[in-house]
Write a protein that binds this ligand. Structure first.
Ligand SMILES: [Zn+2]
Length: 456
């Protein structure tokens, strides 16, 4: 191999490093040479420990409305594209109405087609439906939470769970998996902790059997769909494994549905926990009896405390995970370290919403200082890894978030951040045969440019 100007060896960045690979395994690592052939940072392949690559790819493969800045232009585009979509329900993705003079409503869409039509906003939390789509959904699912039938506007529940209401075809899922693999590889990712619907898991296993999967997929299936893939739970290959059961303990900060111990600063409201402890204990039991771990989504401090409490009673807390772990209180960081429960955080959230004056600050005030305390986690020995949650996908944006935490003392060095997006992720996904540049490890490697991180 050529000599790289930098390489992450163990947990440190070394200059001018040569790595020898034979038969896909690292056989020699020689740092500190006089000169280099390639200016770039050689790292173990990135691991995105909490991702939604398949649903992200599904949305990429639909007609996209990104970059269309005017509602009339959107309507023109939709009218032209809709006839070419050969699905019963036409879905288009990615409109951004931030700067529009008026919102699109049911009546606008009714004028361009009488087929069921749903446009989803770029954030995934909002959608607009025409009358045919409102009828189509009502006939099949009854009244839907958050859908205003008069305007055709839907917030939160429907747009976020669109694939549950309008399931993609198997063919679409297959194409999405190929798109996801492609995109993730281009981002330097070699392994994913994927949150997946049963339908996606089945397709992944099928495609893996046909030798069409290249990345390592470690999958958590939604608890409500666990029964649908009971025949697949013993499936194991190097590429695809079902490792977890996913459940939500609360919602998100943006939707004011994350469960905090204090009221929201702007709305004054409080969000409830979504489940009681007994229900969560049942999930842990169901997971453990099947050799799986739980992946509990917990954002607010109340939800995090609940996750820690029920996991602390589990047979083996170390096999379970808390996803996001975004606003823990001091004692929760210590508790997570003591339990050695797995933690998947998103440094990109810090970059995107965690600055002073940003979304978190506006919505929950000073509790912003509780979030993503990377240095605290390093010092306490919390078992944590980085991930993107596909907002946006890819490690570089997130890594720059870890380097620019609003609290200076909580920032990580580049080497530390890289380790959390590589070796720590591989371990969190239950594998230490790759994830580090070390003799004997599999040579799943990536290269990126250091300036890219500075630019973010
Ligand atoms: Zn997620």
């Amino acid at each position: 191999m050529p000599v790289f100007s930098k390489a992450l060896v163990g947990r440190f960045l070394h200059e001018n490093t040569d790595v020898e690979v034979v038969g896909g395994v690292i056989t020699k690592v020689i740092p500190g040479l006089d000169t280099y052939d390639i200016s770039g940072v050689l790292v173990p392949g990135f691991v995105d420990a909490h991702a939604h690559f398949i649903s992200y790819a599904l949305s990429l493969n639909r007609p996209r409305l990104d970059g269309i800045s005017d509602p009339d232009e959107v309507l023109k585009f939709v009218a032209a594209k809709a006839p070419r979509v050969d699905r019963e329900v036409v879905i288009m993705e990615g409109y951004d109405d931030t700067l529009w003079r008026r919102p699109l409503t049911r009546r606008d869409l009714d004028r361009i087609t009488d087929r069921p039509l749903i446009l989803r906003r770029i954030c995934g939390h909002k959608a607009v439906l025409n009358s045919a789509a409102v009828r189509w959904l009502k006939e099949r699912h009854g009244p839907i939470e958050g859908l205003d039938e008069e305007t055709g506007l839907a917030v939160e529940h429907l747009p976020l769970n669109l694939s549950r209401y309008v399931p993609p075809s198997d063919r679409e899922v297959e194409t999405a998996i190929l798109t996801a693999e492609n995109l993730a590889s281009r981002l330097g990712i070699v392994a994913l902790g994927e949150n997946a619907k049963a339908q996606y898991v089945r397709k992944l296993v099928e495609m893996d059997g046909e030798g069409r999967i290249n990345l390592r997929w470690r999958v958590a299936v939604y608890y409500s769909e666990l029964g649908e893939i009971s025949d697949l739970l013993n499936y194991t290959s190097e590429r695809v494994r079902i490792v977890g059961v996913k459940e939500f303990l609360d919602g998100s900060v943006g939707a004011r549905t994350a469960a905090f111990s204090f009221p929201y600063g702007d709305s004054g409201g409080r969000a409830p926990l979504l489940h009681d402890d007994d229900y969560l204990r049942g999930i842990i039991e169901a997971a453990e009896s099947r050799g799986l771990g739980v992946w509990f989504h917990a954002i607010g401090d109340r939800a995090i405390e609940q996750a820690l409490r029920v996991i602390s009673e589990a047979g083996d807390p170390t096999r379970h995970r808390i996803e996001h772990f975004l606003f823990p209180r001091n004692e929760h960081y210590r508790w997570a370290a003591t339990l050695q429960v797995g933690i998947a955080v998103q440094p990109n959230f810090t970059r995107r919403w965690g600055r002073l004056g940003g979304l978190y600050h506006k919505v929950i005030g000073d509790a912003i200082y509780w979030h993503n305390r990377f240095r605290t986690m390093e010092n306490l020995g919390v078992r944590y890894a980085f991930s993107s949650d596909n907002m946006p996908p890819g490690p570089i944006y997130g890594i720059s978030g870890a380097l620019r935490h609003p609290v200076r003392e909580e920032r990580l060095s580049l080497a530390e951040a890289l380790y959390r997006y590589t070796g720590a992720g591989a371990r969190l996904l239950g594998d230490d045969t790759y994830g580090e540049i070390e003799v004997g490890k599999q040579a799943l490697l990536s290269v990126f440019c250091e300036e890219c991180v500075e630019r973010g």
